[in-house]
Design a protein around this ligand. Structure first.
Ligand code: ADP
Ligand code: MG
Length: 341
């Protein structure tokens, strides 16, 4: 018998990897917008067609890429963001795995226009199902435009797995919302089938929350109380809703070191702080940001994984509970902050 083991060709390996990183249009949006932020863009524009099925376009005014870099960017494990494993413990960027673009390119038709400030001319590159179709010199503004067309055109099973346009669009908006809540200083726009859905001007955290969740009436609906806790272990900041503004579908967000996370256990700490003040099924809105030594959380975060393990979870839980309680008790003494100002 002859030997039977062989290495998979790159385009096959990329398509398999893509299955993990790119599950739906919202995953593409997340990766492209995070890359734009890592490229120090201050204005990021997203244009969608058919809930991202036929087009996800992201325009940024960031650093751009050289002719060689834009080709390299699509190789698997190609990144400009880390050098070795120790960098993982001091990440200053959203990306670091170098697999997003290779994955997207494996399952879509991509065109990129990019130019660095110092270059007179930019580059255009077109890749379809991991195959380089063309690369040429073009003139274009500083920054980068990604066109991701016909997602999963070569993976019918994945395409079928997508939900209704309404559901996919909701996920797309939610993905951008999570990012926009972390970067209020950046300007974002979102268009879908020629309709403007979001236009977020540079602001601070509190204003950004108001831009994303405008109050339906001007009574108490969107009153938010600032919370803060500063310890050697963790620093917590953000806003929580007053008990009276609790609703059935509240906006509840946790972020750690600039990334959205789900954390059912910390959620319980927040709910406990409201004990006796609200009755289910009502629940308060909250926007809570943790800053913590990256060495004390699970660093090698999978791109699609939003549940994050903390090393000192019970201690952080107690600090969070105390912070929310303190802000709720103060709320009776001082007037709380209104949205939309
Ligand atoms: P990662 O973000 O993990 O490094 P990606 O596959 O997302 O991996 O991107 C690969 C590389 O392409 C990045 O490290 C970066 O150098 C470059 N890149 C991607 N998007 C942009 C962009 N919008 N502007 C400038 N460079 C970019
Ligand atoms: Mg990336």
């Amino acid at each position: 018998m002859h030997d039977i083991i062989h290495l998979l060709p790159d385009h096959v390996a990329n398509q398999i990897a893509a299955g993990e990183v790119i599950q739906r249009p919202a995953s593409v949006l997340k990766e492209l917008v995070e890359n734009a932020i890592d490229a120090e863009a201050t204005l990021i524009q997203v244009i969608l067609k058919d809930a991202g099925r036929t087009l996800i376009q992201v325009i940024d005014n960031g650093k751009g890429m050289s002719e060689t870099d834009v080709r390299m960017a699509f190789e698997r494990h190609a990144t400009s963001k880390i050098q070795d494993a120790s960098d993982l413990f001091a990440l200053h960027t959203m990306g670091f795995r170098g697999e997003a673009l290779a994955s997207i390119a494996a399952v879509a038709q991509i065109e990129v226009h990019t130019r660095r400030e110092e270059d007179e001319l930019g580059s255009l590159i077109a890749i379809s199902g991991s195959h380089l179709e063309k690369q040429e010199v073009i003139s274009c503004p500083k920054g980068t435009v990604f066109f991701v067309k016909n997602l999963f055109f070569n993976v019918p099973a994945r395409r079928k797995f997508l939900k209704s346009n309404e559901t996919e669009l909701r996920q797309l908006i939610m993905e951008l919302t999570r990012i926009a809540l972390v970067y209020p200083q950046l300007q974002f726009t979102l268009h879908h089938n020629d309709t403007e859905l979001l236009r977020l001007m540079p602001s601070n955290h509190r204003q950004r929350i108001g831009q994303l969740f405008p109050s339906r009436n001007h009574s108490t609906q969107h009153q938010l109380l600032p919370i803060s806790a500063e310890t050697s272990m963790v620093s917590i900041s953000g806003y929580v809703g007053t008990p009276e503004t609790s609703v059935r579908n509240p906006n509840q967000f946790f972020f750690v070191n600039g990334r959205y996370m789900r954390h059912p256990y910390f959620h319980k700490a927040v709910m406990q702080a409201y004990e006796g003040m609200i009755a289910s099924p009502l629940s308060p809105s909250y926007f809570i940001y943790f800053e913590i030594d990256p060495a004390t959380i699970d660093v090698n975060i999978h791109p699609t994984k939003t549940e994050i393990k903390f090393e000192h979870e019970p201690a952080v839980w107690s600090i969070l509970l105390a912070a929310v309680k303190e802000s709720l008790s103060k709320s009776h003494a001082i007037p709380s902050i209104e949205f939309d100002q």
